[in-house]
Design a protein. Structure first.
Length: 124
């Protein structure tokens, strides 16, 4: 669904997903080329109207957060990255991601091993 969003809405949504939650000011500060405060609030309002984000009031300020479907959105975004930068190869993308992380903890290694084992079983 996010690929159908206009560029600025998608950027704001992705920033909010990376923050977990935040005010319009926090979202604006995290944008590479931020528009005005009122433009960020307008974009957040549009995303809320589309059901992608929600907000709550804390000390007279709106705190925005992605709705629980963010995991599905993350998967779609990752698929787009794999297609765009890794010619559709999940293995190439995974190898690149692993190269970015100098150390993996035991739990992460086990999670990766389970995914590899599952892929082997499904390939047979």
């Amino acid at each position: 669904m996010i690929e159908s969003l206009p560029r600025r809405e998608r950027e704001v949504f992705e920033v909010l997903c990376s923050l977990g939650e935040g005010t319009a000011s926090a979202v604006r500060a995290a944008l590479a080329e931020p528009p005005s405060d009122s433009a960020v609030r307008t974009l957040l309002g549009r995303l809320a109207a589309k059901g992608l984000i929600t907000h709550r009031t804390v000390s007279q300020a709106y705190v925005y957060a992605p709705v629980p479907q963010a995991e599905a959105v993350a998967e779609t975004a990752l698929q787009r990255i794999v297609q765009t930068f890794f010619q559709g190869s999940a293995a190439s993308a995974a190898t690149a991601l692993l190269g970015m992380e100098p150390r993996l903890d035991a739990e992460e290694i086990e999670m990766l091993q389970r995914a590899i084992d599952k892929a082997r079983r499904e390939a047979k």
